[in-house]
Design a protein around this ligand. Structure first.
Ligand code: GLA
Length: 366
């Protein structure tokens, strides 16, 4: 085949269920309208070239070996993961063009990985299943880039559908589509707090290790296996205060995801909003992954009449989501700008979103 192939895949916003995915728990993301797009064109000289429209850069890779800390690794890692699994993929040009904001906690890296997986699947006619596409995309992140993230982001990018949130059981990796169509009088606002969220700086891995050692201390396979009813007894068995807080976050957060699904199914947006805010408090006080810019955005949203607000994604910055009455959006924008200016923070960004579609592949570039 000589025709180019195209993959596009979106970023995501996790509505609730943060740091639960690597604890075998539950998450509830939606896809964003912003997508990463990768065009794959076969080469008969065996060379691998990767370019980025945003950076205006291009690299040629002599060999693919894990461990790069560079933008092109998210693309190259997928080719590497496919070759590792025995797919005979030869030389290729991979042209990346992504509209997913970087460092916003919106899974820009998963969007790139999934778009690459879809493009290469289409190019080589591999016919990979949705589960296999997600596995190779996650392998690029975990095994090639060496970032120890959980299973949520790639599945969100690939499996989300329009006007639905994706309830993912991260133990069985079974997806369920939950209707998420906002009524006309509500908006989901996204605040770019201008505090870049970074997964590779050690905090994320530290949280992951703390959960694994708490699960071991409690004699369970993963913290998913501690139910809210078990929680008081489980916490009384832990001697370390920090561990107590981490476990409390994960166990209550898993319960919040299931409660959020029940609220959405009942069309109970007020309860859904309260769950978002409770999740934020738990991330701030127990999991300790929020920062002042993020907390300020949440407080300002609530003061402006939001039904709920929380940070989304891995933490330490990134994006805040707020469920607001349509009529409060302008006053929220003003109040947010003023609050950030007063604290000397860089002016935040504000946009709104709906639940968009997951990744697609096209066998010939359009
Ligand atoms: C990052 C990771 C995900 C997940 C979230 C926190 O986005 O990539 O796997 O752990 O943080 O919920």
């Amino acid at each position: 085949m000589t025709e180019p192939a195209l993959g596009t895949s979106p970023g995501r916003v996790n509505l609730v269920g943060e740091h639960t995915d690597y604890n075998d728990g539950f998450v509830l993301p939606i896809a964003l309208g912003h997508v990463a797009r990768v065009e794959a064109t076969p080469r008969d000289d065996g060379r691998v070239l990767i370019s980025s429209a945003q950076l205006g850069e291009s690299v040629e890779l002599e060999e693919l070996s894990p461990g790069p800390r560079a933008w092109w690794g998210y693309v190259a890692g997928v080719l590497w993961a496919l070759r590792q699994r025995g797919h005979a993929l030869g030389g290729v040009d991979l042209a990346l063009d992504s509209a997913v904001p970087l460092g916003g906690g919106l899974s820009s890296s998963a969007a790139i990985e999934c778009a690459t997986a879809l493009a290469l699947d289409a190019l080589a006619g591999l016919g990979l299943s949705p589960a296999e596409l997600a596995e190779v995309a996650q392998a690029a992140e975990n095994d090639f880039m060496g970032v120890p993230t959980g299973p949520m982001d790639q599945r969100a990018s690939l499996w989300c559908t329009t006007d639905h949130a994706l309830l993912l059981d991260c133990r069985t990796l079974t997806p369920e589509q939950v209707p998420f169509a906002l009524p006309d009088d509500l908006v989901l606002a996204l605040v770019d707090t201008r505090s870049p969220h970074v997964l590779a700086d050690g905090h994320y891995a530290q949280r992951r290790r703390a959960c694994a050692s708490a699960a071991e201390a409690l004699g369970v396979r993963a913290l998913r296996d501690v139910t809210p009813a078990d929680l008081p007894a489980a916490l009384s068995r832990l001697t370390d205060d920090e561990q107590v807080r981490r476990v409390r976050h994960v166990v209550t957060e898993n319960a919040r995801v299931l409660d959020a699904v029940a609220a959405l199914e009942a069309g109970d947006w007020a309860s859904f909003g309260r769950i978002l805010t409770a999740s934020h408090a738990s991330m701030r006080d127990d999991y300790e992954i929020t920062v002042p810019t993020v907390d300020l955005a949440v407080e300002t949203a609530l003061a402006c009449g939001a039904l709920g607000a929380r940070m989304t994604g891995g933490g330490f910055g990134g994006t805040v989501i707020a469920l607001l009455p349509v009529g409060s959006l302008d006053s929220f924008a003003d109040a947010l700008g003023a609050a950030y200016a007063e604290r000397g923070f860089a002016a935040p960004g504000l946009s709104t979103t709906r639940a968009a579609a997951g990744g697609i592949e096209l066998s010939a570039a359009r």
